[in-house]
Design a protein around this ligand. Structure first.
Ligand code: GAL
Length: 415
């Protein structure tokens, strides 16, 4: 650790322990604007307030963070990078490769991050041996959220297989209930596709297609079958799905207007924010046929280099994010699970406990994979190419046969 860096971090810690305010606010760019997300963000803001760390909010609405990343690019191009930015997977690596991110190694070493952050996350938090981001959570995309009363009223048990799911959906449709709540935005279509591909082809197929980008997998009969399953889902959403925000789709399940939503566990934040109780009002279960797998994404905060050294505010923010008690308090509200392996599950509800157990089991059995839809399988160029094909197919522009061919071509061009 250089003398100057040591001095800066120590100065920050002295200021904090003396209860003094840091000179500058941290400006945080993020996309947590739904009710549940804002509630979780308030846990972070509140935590920082108690430490006299000022917060300048820079929210950019848009689930999945595409719009936030566009705003970020404009800010950096204008020479006005925010202090800290919510970021996913390969985007962190891309910004680090550009030399834009501050090196957090001193804070990480002082606090022993190496020993408590799982390797699957470190793969994104570190670039060229340097910690460049602090992971705040682990989400996963292969979940289904259901309204319990709606399922009970229609005699539907939790579907275990794709065929069970088809039968459940058909029962709801016959009863005049919207079976699936969905928002027609590319990232939401892709979020469903993560789970459908995993369920249709299994973990080796998911890896071959989305991690290794093997043209044989992308162009296979199995992939065609996955697209056919997407067509079934498309046929069972309501007619107003186009462009709907994900949290409004969650609200349809919360209000009993729809039976299921396939969405990452940030959806749980909406149920909790509406005062709903897991197991009583709503059910959480893995997408049928993916019970042993986890397709994950992790929200991390990358600190933009403000002139060579990590600022006192950035160091303090990173420390706050990585504190075990904060990771528990935050993730209980957010719907995600801690990014550290040493956080107890006591404070978590049943869905959170299941999320933690599933993550540990999938990691141990080699069934933990980065989410294609949320930037943990490929860089943005490839992700966006896949989005385009999945969305065009979902909206009826391509049949499944054409979609498979387009997928192979689009992925090849994007690399
Ligand atoms: C994900 C992010 C989650 C959640 C979701 C919807 O990409 O990891 O934290 O915010 O988008 O906005």
């Amino acid at each position: 650790m250089s003398f100057l860096k040591t001095l800066k971090i120590s100065a920050a810690l002295v200021a904090l322990s003396a209860g003094g305010a840091l000179a500058n606010d941290v400006e945080v760019l993020h996309w947590w604007t739904s009710g549940g997300e804002a509630a979780a963000l308030n846990v972070l803001k509140g935590d920082l307030e108690t430490q006299s760390i000022g917060w300048q909010d820079m929210p950019v609405a848009g689930g999945g963070g595409e719009q936030a990343m566009t705003v970020l690019r404009a800010r950096v191009t204008a020479g006005n990078a925010p202090t800290a930015v919510q970021m996913l997977g390969f985007d962190i690596q891309d910004w680090a490769a550009e030399g834009a991110l501050a090196n957090l190694n001193d804070v990480a070493a002082a606090e022993g991050w190496d020993a408590v952050v799982p390797a699957a996350l470190q793969r994104f938090s570190k670039y060229d041996g340097a910690w460049v981001a602090a992971p705040v959570n682990v989400h996963s995309t292969n979940w289904v959220w259901a309204n319990k009363a709606v399922l009970d009223a229609n005699g539907i048990a939790v579907p275990e297989t794709w065929d069970d799911f088809v039968a459940a959906v058909e029962k709801l449709a016959a009863a005049g209930v919207t079976p699936i709540a969905h928002g027609g935005q590319a990232w939401q279509d892709a979020t469903i596709f993560d789970a459908v591909v995993m369920s249709t082809g299994g973990p080796d197929f998911y890896k071959a297609a989305f991690i290794d980008l093997d043209p044989a997998a992308l162009g296979s009969e199995t992939m065609k079958e996955a697209f056919d399953r997407m067509s079934f889902i498309r046929a069972n959403v309501d007619s107003n799905f186009s462009g709907r925000d994900w949290n409004l789709a969650t609200a349809m399940v919360i209000n009993g207007e729809a039976g299921f939503q396939m969405m990452g566990d940030w959806a749980k934040g909406e149920f909790l924010n509406a005062g709903k109780v897991p197991g009583q009002d709503f059910l959480c279960f893995r997408f049928p046929g993916t019970q042993d797998q986890v397709t994950f994404n992790s929200d991390q905060f990358a600190m933009f280099d403000q002139g060579g050294v990590v600022s006192a505010e950035q160091a303090a923010l990173a420390t706050a994010i990585m504190s075990p008690s904060f990771q528990s308090a935050f993730n209980v509200v957010k719907g995600s699970v801690p990014a550290r392996t040493d956080v107890p599950n006591d404070a978590f509800d049943d869905c959170g406990k299941k999320g933690m157990a599933d993550l540990a089991a999938a990691s141990a059995s080699g069934n933990l994979f980065g989410s294609m839809a949320h930037g943990h399988a490929n860089p943005a160029s490839v992700k966006n190419a896949i989005y385009d094909v999945v969305t065009a197919h979902f909206n009826g522009e391509y049949d499944s046969e054409t979609a498979v061919q387009e997928l192979v071509t689009a992925v090849e061009i994007a690399q």
